[in-house]
Ligand binder design. Structure first.
Ligand code: FMN
Length: 450
């Protein structure tokens, strides 16, 4: 394959990304806790030659709003990502698994061990989506009085990722000889204690697990604030992001890639993957009708609950749904950088309250593209060929139906254009993504090379 190929991830959100997906007949209604559903979805994504599947996560309950809207939300109950992917790695061969885990609330030794295990179990297909946790109501699950500030969370995240990578390098690649003849199992001189003492963490090591097939699971990052971009530039190999216009996506792409040089990294060592939520029809009319059908399933109280993070102190039920919001807030601290984009858009377009929640209902502010396989591929190609994306995180509005449609209709269109693979190139996620296997920090010259 001569041409540069785009990368595809399937971002799996239980019944689908649309807020009313669970009410749609194309969704598996109990999918958050239905392993057969996830097996089907992962195998479909693999049939479509996707690089990876991804689940978001938070160590606490998702959802906001009063009892009325809470009772109508379909994402309340769902699996923990690493255990889920460990099960699915046994029923797939090629696809990579991106699991989300929090540097604010998890323990670095246990996290390093879990992800190294997943990398061994999946034979080199694991990735860690490093998040600092955007949900500010989970601290009570961990004995904390408050959610740490964004600055504090990111400072800890930087140290945390370094510790985890250090633990993954506990054993040199050639530490294990396993020689029955001589009776030597491994070389203790090739096992390294970490002895980390930092501002936030104190971890002795070593990890009780040898280096995995990928060396390190792939590191993914999903924050877009200044701190988020720095963390990505310093350590991430893929970044998930949310943009709705080519110009904004190009600016972000250039911004994060330009930051890499000061960390001694090259732009191709970080893949920028914006989200795209495709609503696919065989004709434009069919696509628009599908979208309208989904939007009609949004109960107003659920719609309004998507606005709570923006106007936390308002009784939103008193607002006229068919007029613009009475005022626009400064995005509150603690909520993620995407909030700025959403509020600017609402102001610019003079969205009514209903239009604003309908906009957010599609995929929480990610890019929704409604059209035929050709027009959807056109938009993806435009972003890919104009410095806005190295690939996409595909966010099916309804699962499994919309992923099936993407694989059956859009993937062949991308392949016809020479933009997407027709067979997996490698056996590990790194090989498929075109990412290097990291050299251990203990290998001779590693510090210089890094
Ligand atoms: C595609 C995508 C997926 C994300 N998944 C998660 C997630 O699973 N859990 C989480 O806490 N935050 C998630 N985030 C949010 C970010 O990781 C980050 O914590 C948040 O955006 C706040 O950081 P920021 O202000 O740097 O953007 C996601 C963001 C994007 C764009």
């Amino acid at each position: 394959m001569g041409n540069k190929q785009l990368r595809l991830g399937a971002f799996i959100m239980a019944t689908g990304h649309h807020v009313a997906a669970w009410r749609h007949p194309g969704s598996q209604i109990d999918s958050g806790t239905n392993i057969d559903h996830y097996i089907e979805v992962a195998q479909t994504a693999e049939r479509g030659l996707f690089d990876q599947v991804f689940v978001a996560d938070s160590p606490g309950i998702w959802g906001t709003g009063d009892d009325e809207s809470f009772s109508r939300q379909g994402r309340i109950s769902h699996f923990e990502p690493v255990t889920l992917w460990a099960a699915l790695s046994a029923v797939t061969k090629h696809i990579g698994f991106v699991a989300t885990a929090s540097t604010t609330y998890e323990d670095p030794y246990l996290l390093a061990r879990k992800f190294a295990s997943l990398d061994h179990i999946s034979k080199g297909r694991a990735a860690w989506n490093v998040v600092t946790t955007s949900n500010d109501s989970v601290h009570g699950n961990f004995g904390l009085d408050a959610h740490p500030s964004p600055g504090e969370r990111y400072a800890k995240a930087t140290e945390f990722v370094d510790v985890v990578k250090g633990l993954w390098d506990s054993f040199d690649d050639d530490a294990f000889v396993r020689d029955r003849e001589s009776g030597v199992y491994f070389h203790p001189s090739k096992l390294h204690e970490l002895n980390h003492i930092g501002k936030y963490l104190k971890v002795k090591g070593p990890l009780n697990l040898e280096r995995s097939r990928q060396g390190h699971p792939v590191i993914v990052q999903a924050g877009s604030s200044e701190d988020g971009k720095e963390l990505a530039a310093a350590t991430a190999e893929a970044i998930f992001t949310a943009w709705t216009s080519l110009g904004e996506a190009q600016a972000f792409y250039k911004d994060v890639k330009d930051r890499m040089a000061k960390y001694g990294r090259r732009p191709e060592q970080l893949l920028v993957l914006p989200g795209i939520s495709p609503v696919i029809g065989r004709t434009e009319e069919e696509a628009q009708a599908k979208w309208a059908e989904l939007q009609a399933l949004i109960h107003p109280s659920v719609g309004l609950s998507t606005l709570v993070p923006y106007w936390p102190d308002e009784d939103l039920h008193r607002w006229n749904l068919d007029a613009p919001p009475p005022y626009y807030p400064e995005p509150p601290k603690g909520i993620n950088s995407r909030a700025h984009v959403v509020i600017e858009l609402a102001r610019r377009e003079r969205f009514t309250v209903r239009q604003l929640y309908e906009y957010l209902a599609g995929a929480r502010g990610h890019w929704v593209v409604i059209g035929t396989p050709q027009t959807i591929a056109d938009r993806m190609q435009e972003w890919f060929e104009n410095g806005a994306a190295d690939g996409f995180n595909v966010m099916p509005p309804v699962l499994p139906a919309s992923l099936n449609e993407f694989v059956d209709l859009v993937v062949p269109e991308l392949q016809r254009r020479g933009l997407f693979r027709t067979a997996y190139e490698g056996t590990t996620l790194r090989e498929n993504l075109g990412l290097e296997r990291p050299v251990s920090r203990h290998a001779s010259g590693a510090r210089l090379a890094a």
